[in-house]
Design a protein around this ligand. Structure first.
Ligand SMILES: Cc1cc2nc3c(=O)[nH]c(=O)nc-3n(C[C@H](O)[C@H](O)[C@H](O)COP(=O)(O)OP(=O)(O)OC[C@H]3O[C@@H](n4cnc5c(N)ncnc54)[C@H](O)[C@@H]3O)c2cc1C
Ligand SMILES: Cc1cc2nc3c(=O)[nH]c(=O)nc-3n(C[C@H](O)[C@H](O)[C@H](O)COP(=O)(O)O)c2cc1C
Length: 640
């Protein structure tokens, strides 16, 4: 069996798990406005349990009212037990264990960007750099006692609700982890200073939870093996902390990293290597005897390898289970190639108080809507455009029983996504088009390549429905010199269609502009960015960790940035810019435009009034991202 180790049973304390794959806590906003459980929430977790994962940890549960976010269930009063029980029952019915992550949010409020009115952010101590826009409160010793009691009572409620384990959230900048970190804890009492003192809060929580729920009830501690920031917890110190928590009664250590409000390591985006936190987990394993759970960009193959090598005892897969709830079943059944791989694009983090979306799984949090109902009357459908929008819509339509044909102007399917995959670090993005390609073949959907569809052809073919998925193309700038030979498009640079000679200037500091500059700088070519706004501003808003990862890379590569600069003219050897009211020439042998996209929707105007039913899907409606494209594709396919 290919994933033999992954499907071996394992134990945490006295709890047996059927395999080594755990779904870690992921904050999603699926509860109702009063924090009550919703059917959507139940369906979401049930789908993961049914998908074969050994244990499901739902979104964190706040132990105290000053720690809760909107649309999130809390566990701070007995009235919530029934809500958690509904989730526990659904997960158990799917054959998985159920663990509840207990948290006081602390400084993660900063990352969430949402601090409820009247709530102060609880911190161990004030530090100079704390943002003054929020109200902070330094926790007193009496409040520490109260919070310890809150955690213990929350653990009792979790047990009453049917949880098989609880997990203490002690990472990412939550209250407990800010006590553990020398960066945020400058206290001089028994809770600050030495490692023992800083970990005292966490230790006492574990001990008091054990007192209340009994020593046989498993407690997992999720902690930072590194704060990933200067002055924060280092791996050496984390090893000491883990050993203290093990002695206090922790039955497993779940390893994460990073202070969420500053560093992206805890939820590593695509530019990070696979298993970015595994070396840290391996170290923690040297410090404790209890099982260690590793997380962070772990593919099934890597999971098998690190389990085999004994680097960790369990693996937590978060985003991969958002992308494909059936991942464990597919691996167990030898259907690895059917897994919808996570791209680690972090679109799932681009949400505030709304449930997030997934680029590869439009049915995330809409589990009950898939599979879609068969079509009442199968229709003949022409899908014009074979980019992601056309491919995905065609697949859903065919699954519903419609007779679909895809027409694509170029020689291959994929559209802009082919260029997207050529960006630095995005090799794994290819999986998406490969996956869709396979589905198109499996469903035997005819594909006509090198076929430019015209209005006349549509009228002649007279299909029942036309899906217009004609995408978008890059635009230029209306400035003198924009038509010169040495002015090229960023898309063409990424796709390797044009040669970049000498020093180059990328005009446009959004996502694609930044990626083009990283690519050229990594190839050792001198490049700068000129942008009329700040970096990453304007256009599709980038998720914070992804932005941070790319921006950090630009800084590492020392790419000069001309921010808030307007291009006035393009000369033969320079770009003339206006910045701070002054004119400057920026030397450039090649000028690369990455200034936005324009929808291609001419056919829509041409079909208006012809009586042909048509729908627009994807970038041809408005230039957007793959995540929105897929969600819309699924919606349109349900309508036809
Ligand atoms: C460099 C780059 C990086 C990106 N990175 C990301 C990312 O990290 N995350 C993310 O979510 N999104 C990203 N995107 C955006 C994402 O790729 C697009 O939103 C998505 O691919 C759009 O898909 P689409 O099918 O709507 O359009 P397109 O991909 O533009 O496809 C339209 C297709 O229609 C064909 N066509 C047009 N007219 C006709 C006709 N008359 N007859 C037949 N065929 C026709 C075209 O040839 C084309 O293949 C990136 C885009 C680029 C370019
Ligand atoms: C949308 C989202 C929300 C998350 N919320 C939490 C959380 O509440 N508690 C926590 O400990 N980790 C949280 N994480 C981190 C995940 O549990 C996991 O450790 C991380 O995503 C790395 O694993 P992955 O690469 O398999 O996704 C979250 C991650 C995501 C993507």
């Amino acid at each position: 069996m290919r994933f033999r180790r992954l499907f071996e049973p394992g134990t945490i304390g006295r709890l047996t798990l059927k395999n080594r794959l755990i779904m870690p806590a992921m904050g999603v906003s699926l509860a109702d406005a009063h924090g009550g459980v919703t059917n959507r929430e139940i369906d979401y977790y049930a789908a993961r349990a049914n998908g074969g994962v050994a244990m499901v940890t739902p979104h964190y549960a706040s132990v105290s009212v000053d720690s809760s976010l909107p649309y999130t269930m809390v566990i701070s009063d007995d009235g919530q037990v029934k809500n958690w029980k509904a989730l526990a029952d659904a997960v158990h019915a799917g054959g998985a264990r159920f663990s509840i992550q207990l948290m006081h949010i602390g400084m993660i409020f900063l990352y969430s960007g949402h601090v409820p009115k009247g709530v102060t952010i609880k911190v161990p101590s004030m530090t100079q750099w704390l943002k003054r826009t929020y109200q902070y409160h330094v926790v007193t010793e009496a409040e520490i006692e109260r919070y310890i009691g809150d955690f213990a009572q929350a653990a009792r409620r979790a047990k009453e609700a049917g949880a098989d384990a609880v997990e203490l959230h002690a990472c990412h900048g939550c209250l407990v982890s800010t006590f553990m970190s020398p960066l945020t804890n400058k206290r001089t009492d028994q809770y600050g200073g030495s490692v023992e003192n800083r970990v005292r809060f966490a230790r006492r929580i574990v001990e008091s939870m054990k007192e209340v729920v009994g020593k046989d009830f498993p407690i997992i501690v999720r902690m930072n093996a590194s704060d990933d920031i200067e002055g924060g917890v280092s791996i050496d110190e984390a090893m000491e902390q883990a050993a203290i928590l093990e002695r206090a009664g922790a039955d497993a250590i779940s390893v994460s990293s990073g202070m969420e409000f500053w560093t992206p390591l805890g939820i590593p985006a695509y530019p990070f290597p696979e298993g970015a936190m595994i070396p840290l987990a391996e170290k923690i394993k040297q410090a404790v005897k209890v099982p260690v759970i590793g997380a962070g960009k772990i593919t099934p193959e890597l999971a098998e390898k690190v389990l085999e090598e004994g680097k960790v005892d369990f693996v937590a897969m978060g985003r991969p289970l958002l992308a494909d709830p059936e991942l464990p079943n597919k691996l167990r059944e030898g259907r690895r190639e059917d897994v919808r791989n996570c791209l680690y694009c972090n679109n799932c983090l681009r949400h505030d108080t709304q449930a997030p979306s997934c680029t590869v799984n439009p049915f995330l949090f809409r589990e009950s809507r898939y599979p879609m109902a068969p079509a009442a009357r199968p229709k003949r459908v022409m899908v014009v455009g074979g980019g992601l929008a056309g491919m995905e819509t065609a697949i859903y339509l065919a699954e519903r029983g419609h007779r679909v044909t895809i027409y694509e102007k170029t020689g291959q399917l994929g559209g802009q996504w082919i260029t997207a995959c050529a960006s630095p670090g995005k090799d794994s993005y290819r999986h998406l088009t490969e996956y869709l390609d396979k589905a198109i073949k499996r469903l035997k959907i005819p594909v006509k390549l090198n076929h430019n569809v015209t209005r006349e052809e549509i009228l002649k073919a007279a299909p029942d429905t036309v899906i217009l998925a004609t995408g978008a193309v890059p635009v230029g700038l209306k400035v003198p010199g924009a038509d010169k030979k040495h002015v090229v498009q960023g898309h063409d640079v990424l796709a390797g269609k044009v040669e970049v000679k000498g020093t180059s200037a990328v005009v446009g500091g959004r996502f694609i502009g930044m990626e083009v500059a990283v690519k050229l700088a990594e190839e050792g070519k001198p490049v700068c960015i000129i942008t009329r706004n700040g970096l990453g501003e304007d256009g599709v808003k980038l998720e914070k960790f992804t932005f941070q990862s790319i921006a950090n890379r630009l800084i590492e590569l020392r790419v000069p940035l001309y921010l808030h600069a307007t291009v006035v003219e393009i000369a033969d050897k320079s770009v003339i810019i206006l910045m701070n009211g002054e004119i400057y020439p920026v030397p450039a042998d090649t000028v690369i435009f990455s200034v936005g996209m324009r929808s291609v929707a001419d056919l829509a105007a041409e079909l208006e009034g012809t009586g042909i039913e048509f729908h627009l899907v994807g970038d041809c409606v408005k230039p957007r991202d793959a995540c929105e494209v897929h969600t819309q594709a699924a919606k349109i396919a349900a309508l036809v």
